[in-house]
Design a protein around this ligand. Structure first.
Ligand code: B4P
Length: 190
């Protein structure tokens, strides 16, 4: 079973590359950003609380996203594998994910990190903000806050997987297809 974590700062290309990987391997896509936006669109109390934080570029509480992932794992017991996109974003989330997977006799195969410099991230997200309608993509100050959250709270998650011998970093700047080819070669070696 193939269980991948696609990792990187906001705008690194996680969602973009996830779509390509799912098409090839038939994995279940678990994007906590997408799950949270679905809650916001449905107007649930969880969504209303999450929106206040997301609109400020701040991470939502660990317990909220861990609960969402647990529900999705339980709903997809027959899956060929999972791609975790934008999760885990803290070391506590990574530890919780390992425990959840272990309770299903599963484990993470590999973390693949897309490495992109902050100026490029800002340009990509401002560009996406012109059409995405996402409030968190439309303001440079907010994008910098998201990158700061990533640097402080999320970047250490790479070390967590490196310690397990499961981390591979690649250059996330370049043609989308070329980056996808690099991801494929990592998956084939895993
Ligand atoms: P996410 O929805 O995960 O937002 P993201 O990181 O901005 O998306 P992504 O990184 O997938 O975008 P992509 O690069 O594909 O999270 C939003 C918010 O939700 C967070 O700020 C947080 O508040 C909350 N949240 C989510 N998960 C959480 C968790 N686990 N814990 C706590 N809080 C959580 O795309 C970016 C753009 O770049 C696109 O327009 C794309 O076309 C372009 N692009 C991609 N690859 C490119 C390339 N190679 N060259 C040029 N452009 C490229």
């Amino acid at each position: 079973m193939l269980n991948l974590v696609l990792f990187g700062p906001p705008g690194a290309g996680k969602g973009t590359q996830s779509a390509n990987i799912i098409q090839k391997y038939g994995l279940i896509h678990l994007s906590t950003g997408d799950l949270l936006r679905a809650e916001i669109n449905a107007g649930t109390s969880l969504g209303l609380e999450a929106k206040k934080l997301m609109d400020q570029g701040i991470l939502v509480p660990d317990a909220v996203v861990i609960g969402m992932i647990e529900n999705k794992l339980n709903e997809n017991k027959a899956a060929a594998g999972f791609i975790f996109d934008g999760f885990p974003r803290t070391v506590a989330q990574a530890e919780a994910l390992d425990s959840l997977l272990a309770s299903h006799d599963l484990s993470i195969t590999q973390m693949i990190a897309l490495e992109v410099a902050e100026e490029e991230l800002t340009q990509r997200l401002l560009e996406r903000g012109k059409s995405s309608g996402r409030p968190d993509d439309q303001n440079e100050e907010l994008i910098r806050k998201r990158v700061q959250e990533y640097t402080e709270k999320t970047a250490p998650v790479a070390g967590y997987y490196a310690n397990q011998g499961k981390f591979t970093g690649i250059n996330g700047v370049g043609e989308i297809e070329e980056i996808f080819d690099q991801i494929l070669s990592i998956i084939e070696r895993s």
